[in-house]
Design a protein around this ligand. Structure first.
Ligand code: 5MM
Length: 333
């Protein structure tokens, strides 16, 4: 419970840097950065050594490769993070695979052997974990059985985490891909969250000792009718009020492919308009919306490290300001 509270304290948020090797390589490839263990390590060193990162970031989500890596001078990343006041976390799912007999739907794997892996990560110094379920919206999707299977896996993972002394970040992500409307996303997200909390209760998860990491309620990327910031924030907060128990200390949104600025603006609007009326903290746990500008500036070149770190700290500060309802477009100039 203390760790869960600390992850959303002081208007800070989480930095997701848990890209698996294939995802990290894909992002590198787009920018012409070599896809090697060393470039991935160097990029993660750039992130964890960013001066002042701990002023806006409470926790960093690592990946199995990254949690074992060190700076060039041999200091473990785990030590660098904890010295900066950042709580280390670890992604423990092993990825979303096709769900049998459910065309277009995925199930997240990784429960087999999880108890032993969690014990090892705890012993290494991790204090929270993350598992992501992926839900597509479309014709007949998500199916009831697809929803239930993913919610059940999230809940099994969450109880195992708490048994091991790790805070589970529970991430059911309704994807932005597709032409579905805001209303379809709202309906799917509400159904997903309802199922997730039913399963979390069934599996005896301590709600005070977890963090929810959901999507915002948004129209699909190719939907002809996009939504205003106020429409998105209304739909998102109302959906969460209907489904997330007040005992949960914090909700840390994923960015899901939104631009960095829009993710900050929407988080800000939610906090400006609703903060005083909400039982949980509304925070962030972004990957792309924090890292993308940094990656584009870095381009794999040592000479760009400082500028890339400045971009990272800027996004982290913008999102901390958004938690306070103090983010403005002027901050981007
Ligand atoms: C960093 O991306 C994570 C998933 O990585 P893999 O697909 O390679 O396993 C992902 O779980 C991430 O933590 C969340 O989706 C949040 O990232 P965004 O970019 O949506 O903020």
């Amino acid at each position: 419970m203390d760790t869960a509270k600390a992850l959303v304290a002081d208007d800070k948020g989480l930095l997701a840097m848990d890209e698996s090797d294939p995802t990290c390589n894909k992002r590198f490839a787009k920018l012409g950065i070599p896809q090697t263990v060393e470039t991935r390590r160097a990029y993660r060193e750039l992130i964890v050594t960013t001066p002042g990162l701990g002023e806006s970031i409470s926790g960093a989500i690592l990946y199995d490769e990254t949690i074992r890596q060190k700076k060039k001078d041999s200091t473990p990343f785990l030590k660098v993070l904890t010295d900066a006041g950042i709580i280390p976390g670890i992604k423990v799912d092993t990825g979303a695979k096709d769900l049998a007999a459910h065309p277009g739907e995925k199930i997240t794997e990784g429960l087999d052997g999880l108890r032993d892996r969690l014990a090892e990560y705890f012993q290494m110094g991790a204090r929270f974990a993350k598992w992501r379920a992926v839900i597509a919206v479309g014709d007949g999707l998500p199916s009831r059985s697809g929803l239930e299977a993913n919610a059940h896996a999230l809940a099994r993972y969450a109880t195992l985490c708490q048994e091991a002394g790790l805070v589970p970040i529970v991430e059911p992500e309704v994807l932005m891909d597709g032409d579905h409307t805001l209303e379809q996303c709202r309906a799917a997200t509400e159904e997903v969250l309802r199922n997730v909390f039913i399963q979390l209760n069934c599996q005896r998860v301590l709600l005070e000792g977890m963090i929810l990491k959901p999507n915002l309620v948004l129209p699909g990327l190719t939907c002809s009718q996009q939504a205003s910031v106020d429409e998105v924030t209304d739909a998102t907060v109302n959906c969460l009020l209907r489904t997330v128990p007040a005992a949960v200390p914090g909700i840390a949104f994923l960015s899901g492919g939104q631009s960095a600025e829009l993710a900050s603006a929407r988080l800000n609007a939610m906090n400006v308009r609703f903060k005083s009326r909400l039982p949980w903290a509304l925070a962030f746990s972004f990957a792309r919306a924090i890292q993308q500008p940094t990656l584009e500036i870095w381009q794999g070149k040592e000479a760009n490290v400082k500028a890339a770190q400045q971009a990272l700290i800027h996004r982290a500060r913008c999102n901390r300001a958004a938690r306070r309802g103090e983010y403005t477009a002027a901050m981007e100039r």
